[in-house]
Design a binder for this molecule. Structure first.
Ligand SMILES: Cc1cc2nc3c(=O)[nH]c(=O)nc-3n(C[C@H](O)[C@H](O)[C@H](O)COP(=O)(O)OP(=O)(O)OC[C@H]3O[C@@H](n4cnc5c(N)ncnc54)[C@H](O)[C@@H]3O)c2cc1C
Length: 299
């Protein structure tokens, strides 16, 4: 397991801005995140300092080079889960590695959307869950389905096997993007992956069956939502970070309610703009730097 002092999840304006500050302050900084949404041929006209239009791609590439110049290690990896370490700090699992960090800055952009299944909100906490580490235990030996198409869903399904052998994955009509290594692990554990679409949920007072397509109904007690990438909301569940709807709650210094965990950019809500994300990244880094110098001088 690799160790770092400050681990930043997200390689967009907020994450890279934070990395510039933490790395420039001499802190060991690891950024995990691939191309942000804005890294394309989008015209950016309202960001300070560019008198002519700059493309999103150019802006991000410059930010990446700037953070790297101060020593930030930037890797295109998908974070699958973040948990509290047994002896303090945090354990971070990505699709490629595992890390230990003293502090974490969450800069993952806006959270993924929920699936559009009628009545899904009514079953939250009554069969529908967004967090295997929080709720997997309640489904010991019971039939569960993970809804998702990628490596995050695969990881959630593998984690669920600690509680029940009756696990399957349903991609809700999407083409699976689960890497071969994970597919092999799922197959040998007997976890099926189908592209079925869940159309209805039923059961009272809690979920006990799920309808696939227009006819097939199966006994399912737990439906774990893991669509797309793991989001700040997923990390908030496992770390105990307070939320305001789909956004993370932070104070004016971008501190969450959990010591050593900071958040910045679109994942905190508000005015979803590059200038704001960059400013919040700087603030989160400042808070993390002060905290790390006091609480993790050697770690
Ligand atoms: C098409 C478009 C045009 C826009 N135009 C403008 C504009 O002109 N001006 C302006 O100010 N704003 C614009 N915006 C908004 C702006 O892009 C956002 O406000 C800004 O990018 C937010 O930065 P962020 O770092 O918070 O999040 P993002 O830029 O969304 O970056 C999030 C990062 O987190 C990473 N990530 C997410 N989940 C994980 C995970 N599980 N593991 C690892 N990494 C993860 C992503 O890969 C990405 O690197 C535009 C947005 C879009 C989509």
């Amino acid at each position: 397991m690799d160790k770092t002092k400050c681990l930043i999840v997200g390689g967009g304006p907020a994450g890279l801005s934070a990395a510039i500050y933490t790395a420039r302050a001499g802190l060991d900084t690891l950024v995990l995140g691939c191309a942000p949404k804005i890294e394309g041929d989008y015209d950016i006209d309202n960001y300070f300092g560019f008198e002519t239009t700059i493309s999103g791609r150019d802006l991000i590439e410059r930010g990446r080079r700037q953070a790297a110049r101060f020593g930030a290690d930037i890797r295109c990896e998908k974070v699958l889960g973040i948990h509290h370490g047994d002896l303090g700090g945090f354990k971070i699992k990505s699709d490629q590695n595992e890390y230990q960090a003293c502090a974490v800055i969450l800069a993952t952009g806006v959270s993924r959307t929920k699936p559009k299944i009628p009545g899904i909100a009514d079953y939250e906490g009554k069969g529908v869950s967004y967090c295997v580490s929080c709720d997997g235990y309640f489904y010991k030996g019971r039939p569960v389905v993970v809804l998702g198409e990628g490596v995050f869903a695969a990881n959630q399904a593998l984690e669920l096997l600690n509680y029940t052998p009756n696990v399957s994955i349903c991609t809700q009509g999407k083409a699976p993007t689960i890497p071969a290594e994970f597919l092999a692990r799922l197959e040998s554990a007997g976890v099926s992956v189908t592209t079925d679409t869940i159309t209805a949920l039923s059961g009272q007072p809690a979920l006990n069956s799920v309808t696939f397509g227009s006819t097939e109904t199966r006994a399912v007690d737990g439906l774990f939502i893991a669509m797309g990438e793991a989001s700040s909301t997923d990390f908030a569940y496992t770390l105990g970070v307070a939320r305001n709807g789909q956004f993370l709650s932070v104070d004016s210094e971008m501190k969450t309610n959990i010591e050593g965990v900071y958040a910045a950019g679109d994942c905190t809500g508000g005015f979803l703009q590059i200038a704001v994300a960059v400013g919040e990244g700087a603030l989160a880094a400042k808070s993390a730097i002060s905290w790390l110098k006091e609480k993790c001088p050697k770690g």
